[in-house]
Design a protein around this ligand. Structure first.
Ligand code: ATP
Ligand code: MG
Length: 360
């Protein structure tokens, strides 16, 4: 069987350069590589509702934003199935059955969920849906028999949880589900891109983002205001690279050709870093360089987005068609799952016959 990709994003805001570096850019490459039999890209609205129950309008409004960002980055509906999670009710059924295969203590050990609970001040009262979202993610992945899940580092515990559910299901019932592998970014800096405040992961829920759809001016302002090295007060002071967001972004985005175009007095990033550490290189110069690098990367995305924005009903049509295709695949898996669990009573002639014998 060929390799299958499933991945997605929560429609809690427009997509940012953390998504781009951590997952989106890679997805487009994978989609175009010809190595995958199918690529499924899901807008995870049901998951977004697990921690936005009191703000459903936010989720509803952001579906189109995420879809526009997808298309702007080069995800192609001819090659990838783009769909909306809530439209595939089979995913809820799968989640319900997988819940029997997972313990509360196992969910409590999930480090990403732990951190997210803290971030959202859910410590004293966690919505059950939010607590169990790793199980619903297992349903999303396995419904499409995905082999490969391109994600950022924060998603590793979810993939591990999925693999455990698959093994348990296949052992208890029958070999129906496929164990997926996470596909992490190759570049260390892209694993978990920090926000412009340097404090945490760039995240829609924190608001420390450079969005793919930000104007050139907004990007420039955010870059010029970025967190660097608090000890680097004067240009002549030696600077530090650890935790320095500007250099982390350069690690993630800058290529050799950017030096030739925007900073020819340096041979490359290593030389720039060495100068910064030695002292004598100001933050403003480095930020201006980063701004040039980001603008070059984001300009084509921005202008493609503008084109797609001209026909919004067409975007909903793409999602509707994709959701229809996705639903057929998920329904097939659900049917396999129910057969393995032997809860397909009406198709089970042996069961009916056995009951006949019992009462003969
Ligand atoms: P939210 O704050 O609503 O959770 P988010 O910004 O964390 O939003 P998600 O929709 O949860 O975004 O994540 C979608 C995908 O993007 C996941 O694969 C995740 O690993 C990846 N991702 C998100 N933020 C980053 C980041 N800062 N760096 C690298 N990858 C990221
Ligand atoms: Mg997240």
């Amino acid at each position: 069987m060929g390799k299958i990709i499933l991945t997605g994003d929560r429609p809690t805001g427009r997509l940012h350069i953390g998504h781009y570096a951590g997952s989106l850019k890679r997805r487009v490459e994978l989609q175009n590589s010809g190595e995958y039999e199918k690529t499924y890209i899901m807008i995870a609205d049901a998951q977004a509702l697990t921690d936005n129950a009191d703000n459903p309008e936010k989720v509803r409004q952001n579906i189109i934003e995420v879809a526009l960002d997808y298309l702007a980055c080069g995800l192609d509906p001819e090659k990838s199935t783009l769909f909306i999670q809530s439209q595939i009710s089979e995913l809820c059924e799968l989640t319900f059955y997988y819940m029997d295969l997972v313990t509360v203590s196992r969910l409590q050990r999930n480090p990403t969920v732990k951190a997210e609970i803290q971030m959202r001040n859910f410590e004293t009262s966690i919505p059950v849906g939010f607590f169990t979202y790793p199980i619903s993610q297992a349903a999303d992945i396995t419904a499409f028999k995905a082999t490969t899940v391109p994600v950022g580092e924060d998603q590793l515990p979810m993939i591990e949880q999925t693999r455990e559910i698959v093994r348990k299901f296949n052992t208890v019932y029958d070999e129906v589900l496929v164990e997926p592998d996470a596909l992490l970014p190759e570049n260390q800096a892209c694993m978990r891109l920090p926000g412009t405040d340097g404090k945490a992961k760039m995240s829609k829920s924190i608001g420390n983002c450079i969005y793919l759809s930000d104007s050139a001016d907004e990007v420039r302002k955010k870059v010029m205001g970025m967190y660097t090295d608090p000890l680097h007060l004067q240009v002549s002071d030696p600077g530090h690279l650890e935790g320095n967001t500007v250099f982390i972004y350069l690690d993630a985005f800058c290529r050799q050709e950017h030096f030739e175009r925007y900073l020819p007095e340096y041979a490359g990033l290593d030389e720039l870093k060495a100068h910064y550490q030695r002292g004598g290189l100001g933050d403003v110069k480095v930020k201006k360089f980063l701004n040039n690098v980001l603008q070059e990367e984001l300009e084509p995305v921005r202008s493609r987005r503008k084109e797609y924005e001209k026909d919004i009903p067409a975007i909903y049509d793409i999602l509707k068609k994709g959701s229809g295709e996705a639903r057929e695949v998920a329904a097939q898996t659900l049917s396999d799952v129910k057969r393995a669990m032997k809860i397909n009573y009406f198709d089970d002639a042996d069961l009916i016959q056995a009951q006949v014998e019992k009462y003969r």
